[in-house]
Design a protein around this ligand. Structure first.
Ligand code: ADP
Ligand code: ASP
Ligand code: MG
Length: 405
């Protein structure tokens, strides 16, 4: 089989971990597989680089930020290639650009436009191992770009597609995908498999175990992902196309996302086009709006409330203040201590009352729901951040997901 291995920060977090990772690659080669590797930076390194940059200038040029933060991956790729060579395996490290990752020019959130990987395939054909830095590529002018936090997952899936791998093995510090973050709920149960659709919801609703874009890409090209541990040798969770369960449980899992903020623009004279007038400038500022609620109009005035990533809170508030006076609205309010909890499951389509049960569980815990949004396979509520863990645990247990239930 041809396999792309991806190792996250903890799997290359120290020289000992790099040695252990090299052993995993060695064992897989010995099974007759052809392997290309994608690595993250050593754990904590990307944060350390960003902190240094912020100390110099909180608004450093995006191009220089990418030049800086992409270096973390280069260190781990070179060290891993050295260790593989020491074990007698011919291995070459490649930067994203050298590996053929072409992207657009949107620094810090670049999209991959193509992966020219013929040279990597030639290595794999003869049992050599290319070790590629995740998280990065270069634009048409040769500038280094990065793909957004957690982007090595996306690099790995893109590489797996480019080299026509049979599967993309993503090695991390948990031994699979769980019904919720096992760090918050120790009773979380491991899933043997999960459909792309559900994994996409899980990831986009906050389970950072896989970057959302990696799941989108895998889904589009039907590339199976095996999410597994680099600490213990066991099968993890397979993310693939099929929705396996016949009679599924009501929900598959619970996801949460902390760093949210909520803004309201109040008393807007209600007329056609107000939503576009608000969200146009917000989108132009590159801010991702999530949950949106517009109140019914009362005497010709309405309120619009929506959530944005907490990082964008200050910018959004400034923008809205401007819009408020322009649109002759009454005032702008904001709260940057909110979070999102979601329940997810393809089984939900055929199970009425799931939403009601969710609201009941939260009210029993005395947790106030501030906003609600639903899709076919998920229900999301916005609540005060301090209740996140309580909400996740209560929902996990009430929907019968606890492993010992
Ligand atoms: P890596 O550095 O290997 O990319 P990450 O820290 O990005 O690893 O992702 C792994 C982490 O994702 C786990 O340690 C776990 O705390 C978290 N996580 C969140 N939700 C889930 C989930 N549903 N199942 C498994 N892990 C989850
Ligand atoms: N090192 C990058 C980050 O910390 C990319 C990754 O780990 O996937 O976000
Ligand atoms: Mg990650």
């Amino acid at each position: 089989m041809r396999i792309v291995h991806k190792y996250g920060g903890t799997s290359v977090g120290s020289l000992d971990r790099i040695r252990a990772t090299a052993k995993l690659i060695q064992a897989d080669l010995a099974r007759g597989n052809e392997i290309a590797v994608v690595v993250s930076a050593m754990s904590g390194e990307t944060n350390r680089l960003i902190a240094m940059a912020n100390d110099i200038d909180g608004e450093a040029p995006a191009r220089e930020m990418d030049a800086l933060v992409s270096t973390g991956e280069q260190v781990s790729a070179a060290l891993l290639a050295m260790e593989l060579n020491r074990l007698g395996i011919v291995a070459y490290s490649y930067s994203g650009s050298q590996a053929g990752f072409r992207t657009d020019s949107s620094h810090a959130r670049a999209r991959i436009t193509g992966v020219q990987s013929e040279h990597l395939i030639r290595h794999m054909d003869v049992g050599e191992v290319p070790v590629v830095t995740g998280f990065q590529g270069s634009d048409e002018h040769g500038n280094i770009t990065t793909l957004g936090r957690g982007g090595s997952d996306t690099s790995a899936v893109a590489l797996a597609i480019a080299v026509k791998a049979d599967i993309c093995d993503i090695y991390t510090d948990v031994n699979g995908i769980y019904t919720t973050d096992p760090r918050i709920v120790p009773q979380a149960a491991k899933l043997q498999e999960i459909s792309y659709e559900e994994m996409l919801e899980f990831a986009s609703l906050g389970a950072k175990v896989l970057q959302t874009r990696s799941v989108e890409l895998a889904m589009r090209f039907n590339m199976p992902i095996h999410l597994r541990s680099s600490f213990e040798d066991m099968t993890g969770t397979i993310v693939n196309g099929e929705d396996t369960g016949m009679e599924r449980a009501e929900i598959t899992g619970v996801a949460y996302h902390r760093d949210e903020a909520k803004v309201t623009i109040q008393g807007i004279p209600d007329q056609p086009g107000i939503a576009a007038r608000i969200f146009g400038p917000v989108a132009d500022a590159g801010i991702n709006v999530d949950v949106i609620v517009q109140n019914v109009s009362e005497q010709g005035f309405t309120d619009m409330t929506f959530t944005v990533p907490r990082n964008d809170y200050a910018t959004t508030m400034v923008l809205l203040q401007g819009l408020c006076s322009e649109m002759k609205a009454e005032k702008v309010k904001g709260d940057d201590t909110v979070a999102k909890v979601s329940i997810i499951g393809v089984g939900m389509r055929s199970h009425a009352g799931v939403a009601c049960k969710m609201f009941d569980v939260l009210s029993h815990e005395n947790i106030n729901i501030q906003m609600i949004t639903t899709s076919e396979i998920k229900i999301t509520v916005v609540l005060e951040e301090k209740y996140i863990e309580l909400a996740v645990r209560a929902l996990h247990s009430a929907f019968g997901l606890d492993a010992d239930a």
